[in-house]
Design a protein around this ligand. Structure first.
Ligand SMILES: [Zn+2]
Ligand SMILES: [Zn+2]
Length: 77
């Protein structure tokens, strides 16, 4: 049994995520995404797929990177 650090739910199927050496406990992927998923630098949505990276900024997809002036980017997935 572990307690989700986002919503506080005590759940027997909670899981751990190791991120940059620190341990996080969540009861659902929804909570995990809320807590640790990076945000798109253009539209602000949570990046739950591969995303694209340009000059240290993360985007949810090539369309958002392109709208921010990164014309050279393509989706790798
Ligand atoms: Zn939760
Ligand atoms: Zn986006």
């Amino acid at each position: 049994m572990a307690q989700c650090e986002v919503c506080g739910n005590d759940y027997d199927k909670a899981f751990e995520v190791l991120l940059s050496g620190s341990r996080h406990v969540f009861d659902s992927f929804e909570c995990a995404i809320h807590a640790v998923a990076p945000k798109c630098a253009h539209c602000g949505c949570k990046i739950v797929g591969h995303g694209v990276e340009a000059d240290g900024s993360l985007y949810c997809g090539a369309h958002c990177a392109r709208r921010s002036g990164r014309a050279e980017l393509r989706d790798r997935a």
